[in-house]
Design a protein around this ligand. Structure first.
Ligand code: PRX
Length: 630
């Protein structure tokens, strides 16, 4: 690739980047992995610890229920912690954490392992066993990592609910996962205010009946309700002298569930994506190592939230699997001032920053001087994820933050893929706005409505044509939905739900979702969640939500509402409806605008034609409306 002249605007890697990179010759690796993809993944798996080796790398006999590392026995938590504690990495920092209020904490691999074991024992003493579900609802604090690793260690399945979700979202997820234990923080600092997580959880617990024990991590310290017999302080239990720092672990089958994570899909309620110990471990480990080129001395910062897949894979698991030092920050990027992020890069000498386009656009608004007052010379690599990055933001990130010496790894992937799928590695020539090409060993394509490949530069549906280790195994408790959603449109090909264009150099340019998923500030929300929150309000008869372009957020939510007979529209009601969505789903889902309307464009079968609403709002031609009722 390096000898070929590429079309369009291209940024080539510097010699320094090439000299340092884990993968020097991407084309060679891509050819090798493409020709021998099972062998490629097998060799990566061999770099990790297995209690028993697999009999077969991949089994597709019951596809689309693929299996990886069949009959292999491992434990991802062991690979994240114990494996390093036995080496020179024992006292290496695993985690550097800074709170929004200036608190800070560091944990070595040894101390993280010790706390994980102690907490694993606490969970065991509450009766948590292999296969049980545990819901975790916290902000970005070290305990969220400890809680996830402790669950994995004892074979429990964690279900993390993002701390920006609210009452109904939390209740629904606890109920669907049938969790007996909830781990929650008293609160989280966000922009100088406290998000009352425990209070939200109390309200959620009134709506669902599965939870027997609530473990509360003290973070913000405001008075909270502690229900006798149900609620206990994490900090007290973990420090009890009877709680041992030795915690025997479960030897997990490669295909045993590691976690479920709820995400929004095309229709109905959020669904839980299931990932496993073996394949997920190998996939996340390999991709982080190669894409962010993890070096022993690196300090790596993924600024996402552990409550989303980016945090699961690339804050919690992959950095620990690679033995890296990871940085985590609790709060908002511009608190108290817009230099907060840059000041921390300087203070801790961070080498890699991985964030989302929305954050870059948000910080861009404050101007370059906030960045320029800090020494960012430690940075070596930058990353982007969650939505397409517009070339203007890419160039700003590259020039102002990366000082034109840090390649940007624009990684395309999904909750379902578990790991990076379209991404450069540091030596790959970059084109602003494109995630370049599929990761070695991954085969993707762009197809039309009938599943036939489209020509270069034509828009089509993005599909994945070979299985990969970190792939979704199923939708929790709903195998039918797994097949329907991902494998039924084009048998044998995984449907991503994205539309895309591939250029003459084989570079992919993501256009966006083609289903009812809206990406707001990179967060994935379903129109159905917002609409069902709106119709749960006593004044609302019917509702429709769409995403419209927004300068910073990428997309913003616009909602259209028909009121019940006898209810009248007013600015107060509109505001109340926005607040209601925020209270039920979470502040991230709060509509930018709610419009009260007399009717909605329905098909004759009663389905809302969001496409028509969107075209109308944008002043565009709605296209084919022959199925419209009136
Ligand atoms: O539309 C794509 C967009 O995010 C969707 C997946 O969302 P989620 O499951 O929440 O995972 C986000 C983080 C991995 C995709 O279907 N997306 C993700 N990364 C990119 C992206 N769109 C363009 N460029 C990206 N780098």
């Amino acid at each position: 690739m390096s000898n070929k002249k590429l079309s369009g605007e291209v940024y080539y890697p510097s010699q320094e980047t090439i000299d340092k990179a884990n993968i020097k010759d991407w084309d060679e690796l891509n050819k090798y992995a493409g020709d021998n993809y099972q062998k490629f993944w097998e060799e990566r798996a061999e770099e990790l610890h297995w209690f028993k080796k697999w009999d077969k790398v991949m089994d597709d006999s019951s596809k689309p229920f693929y299996k990886w590392f069949v009959n292999g026995k491992t434990n991802i938590s062991y690979n994240c912690l114990d494996r390093h504690v036995k080496t020179y990495r024992r006292n290496k920092l695993a985690l550097i954490w800074e709170g929004e209020n200036g608190d800070s904490k560091t944990m070595s691999y040894y101390s993280l392992q010790r706390e994980t074991c102690r907490f694993g024992n606490v969970l065991k003493s509450l009766g948590v066993k292999k296969g049980d579900r545990v819901t975790i609802y916290m902000g970005r604090i070290p305990e969220i990592i400890i809680a996830m690793l402790a669950c994995a260690r004892i074979g429990a399945i964690h279900s993390v609910v993002y701390g920006g979700f609210s009452v109904e979202s939390l209740a629904e997820r606890i109920e669907d996962s049938n969790s007996k234990v909830l781990i929650v923080a008293d609160g989280a600092y966000q922009r100088g205010k406290i998000v009352p997580l425990k209070q939200i959880a109390d309200e959620a617990l009134q709506r669902c009946g599965t939870v027997e024990h609530v473990l509360v991590v003290k973070r913000t310290g405001q008075p909270i309700n502690m229900e006798f017999g149900r609620d206990m302080w994490y900090n007290e239990l973990i420090n009890l002298p009877v709680v041992s720092k030795e915690c025997s672990l479960e030897e997990m089958d490669a295909e045993d569930p590691l976690f479920i994570l709820y995400t929004s899909g095309t229709t109905g309620k959020p669904k839980a994506i299931l990932h496993t110990h073996g394949g997920y471990m190998v996939g996340t480990y390999t991709t982080l190592k190669y894409v962010f080129d993890i070096q022993e001395e690196d300090r790596y910062w993924c600024a996402a939230d552990p409550g989303w897949i980016t945090g699961h894979s690339y804050i919690v698991y992959a950095p620990l699997l690679t033995g890296a030092t990871s940085f985590m920050y609790e709060g908002a990027p511009n608190f108290p001032y817009p230099n907060r992020w840059w000041s921390m890069i300087e203070k801790y000498g961070l080498n890699i920053l991985y964030t989302a386009p929305t954050a870059i656009r948000g910080l861009m608004r404050f101007g370059e001087s906030w960045v320029n007052r800090h020494d960012l010379s430690s940075l070596r690599l930058l990353g982007s994820v969650g939505e397409p990055i517009n070339p203007e933001a890419w160039k700003w990130y590259h020039r102002v933050v990366g000082k034109e010496k840090c390649p940007i790894m624009d990684t395309w992937w999904q909750t379902e893929t578990g790991m990076f799928m379209i991404t450069p590695t540091p030596t790959v020539p970059l084109k602003p706005g494109s995630g370049t090409r599929p990761f070695p060993g991954i085969k993707m394509d762009v197809v039309d409505e009938n599943g036939n490949p489209v020509k270069d530069n034509e828009e089509g549906f993005l599909v994945i044509k070979t299985p990969w280790p970190a792939m979704i195994r199923t939708v929790w408790k709903d195998e039918e939905r797994y097949i329907q959603q991902y494998w039924s449109k084009y048998p044998g090909m995984y449907l991503t739900g994205d539309s895309v264009r591939r250029d003459e150099d084989g570079y992919y340019w993501i256009i966006g979702r083609v289903d009812d998923v809206i990406k707001v500030s990179g967060y994935r929300l379903g129109t159905a969640e917002i609409e069902s929150a709106l119709v749960s309000h006593s004044a609302v008869a019917e509702a429709a939500a769409i995403g419209l372009p927004h300068e910073v957020k990428g997309n913003a939510i616009y909602a259209y509402v028909i009121l019940k007979a006898g209810k009248t529209s007013s600015p107060q009601l509109v505001e109340e409806l926005r607040q209601h969505v925020s209270h039920e789903v979470g502040p991230i889902a709060k509509p930018e605008h709610v419009e009260i309307v007399e009717s909605l464009p329905n098909t004759r079968s009663g389905k809302i034609m969001r496409r028509v609403l969107k075209a109308k709002a944008l002043g565009q031609d709605p296209g084919n409306i022959s199925t419209l009722e009136e």
